[in-house]
Write a protein that binds this ligand. Structure first.
Ligand SMILES: Cc1cc2nc3c(=O)[nH]c(=O)nc-3n(C[C@H](O)[C@H](O)[C@H](O)COP(=O)(O)O)c2cc1C
Length: 318
């Protein structure tokens, strides 16, 4: 791979979502192989002690590399935790030249910069069933599943969200960790206040990442009462399963973006053992919930997070 190709692949990776926009990845390029390493300095020891969310982010970043590689005409294959001798390598991508036309993956390239987490109110438009089918296919192609919650399941989820948000309000360690990454004016990493979305006038099914902070100066909005919610799950509940969940998440999000859909996440219920096992019961097939996705058409414009320069995450070229 030449310099230009490496810059295209790694700039694409940097657009991936990550919990609190920590960007917990580093990259090494070994000829046609791209390694994605877990950056221990960018993890969340309190809210993500097992590194599950960090590996989901790495899977999403690795998927973006595959999309950019496809756009450049390369076939690629993702292997999660490929090297027992180097446990810090969380994902490895093998690239090869293609001899056939650009694959389906390459057409998602343009969606990578258009995708952003959207925490504002959603329009009351239903998502056409054929689009939901496309999102199901996207998850399934990467070995995951989407579970669309019906109204009773959403009511149960809402109770879990209320309990978890209340617990977060009084958890000093979590509050401290979130203060490090969330709110205020920031660039490069973290979630600045303008990307948090408005404060809901009445309780809504949207996560306010700044719960427990002073929000008196933020704008307010009325939110939809019945958002569409899907839970992304995997059979595997280990480090490789989490990377695969991240690849599936990113494929779902990029396909969603291509239909003008936006998403935000209600993952506070997955950050604690008890509510996570209740969400697991809710989806009912013994798979492991990895992301709770609120999805729909945005009702207003929203601020976006920024990224570090990809060169700051690039370790070596061998
Ligand atoms: C594993 C994971 C968990 C996340 N959890 C939440 C969440 O619970 N609530 C939320 O609003 N955003 C959540 N996010 C979204 C991130 O905050 C977002 O990806 C990051 O700030 C970068 O912004 P962007 O997605 O707009 O590029 C999560 C993202 C990942 C990958």
């Amino acid at each position: 791979m030449n310099n230009d190709e490496v810059s295209i692949l790694l700039a694409a990776a940097a657009h991936a979502p990550s919990m609190h926009n920590t960007q917990p990845w580093r990259f090494e390029v070994h000829g046609p192989v791209v390694d994605v390493l877990l950056d221990e300095e960018r993890t969340l020891p309190v809210e993500d002690p097992a590194g599950r969310a960090a590996r989901i982010a790495i899977g999403a970043a690795a998927f973006n590399v595959r999309v950019a590689a496809a756009m450049l005409g390369h076939e690629s294959r993702l292997v999660a935790i490929p090297d027992p001798a180097r446990p810090e390598v969380a994902a490895r991508l093998f690239l090869a030249d293609r001899k056939v036309p650009v694959p389906e993956l390459g057409k998602l390239y343009g969606e990578m910069t258009a995708r952003h987490t959207y925490r504002g109110p959603l329009l009351d438009h239903p998502i056409p069933p054929r689009v939901c089918d496309q999102l199901d296919d996207a998850a399934r192609t990467e070995g995951a599943r989407l579970h669309w919650l019906d109204q009773p399941a959403k009511e149960t989820l809402n109770k879990l969200l209320t309990q978890t948000d209340a617990a977060d309000l009084t958890d000093e360690d979590r509050l401290h960790e979130r203060l490090h990454w969330i709110g205020g004016d920031r660039s490069g990493d973290g979630v600045q206040e303008s990307a948090l979305g408005p404060v809901p006038v009445r309780r809504a099914m949207v996560r306010d990442l700044s719960v427990g902070f002073d929000s008196t100066h933020r704008s307010q909005a009325v939110y939809e009462t019945h958002p569409v919610i899907a839970v992304l799950s995997t059979i595997a509940e280990d480090e490789s399963g989490w990377v695969e969940a991240g690849a599936a998440l990113q494929r779902v999000l990029l396909v969603a973006t291509s239909y003008d859909l936006t998403a935000s996440f209600l993952n506070q219920v997955l950050e604690r053992l008890a509510p996570r096992s209740q969400v697991r019961e809710l989806i009912g097939d013994r798979s492991w919930p990895q992301m709770v996705i609120r999805i729909g058409y945005p009702a207003q414009p929203a601020g976006h997070t920024s990224r570090m320069d990809w060169r700051d995450s690039f370790d070596q070229w061998f």
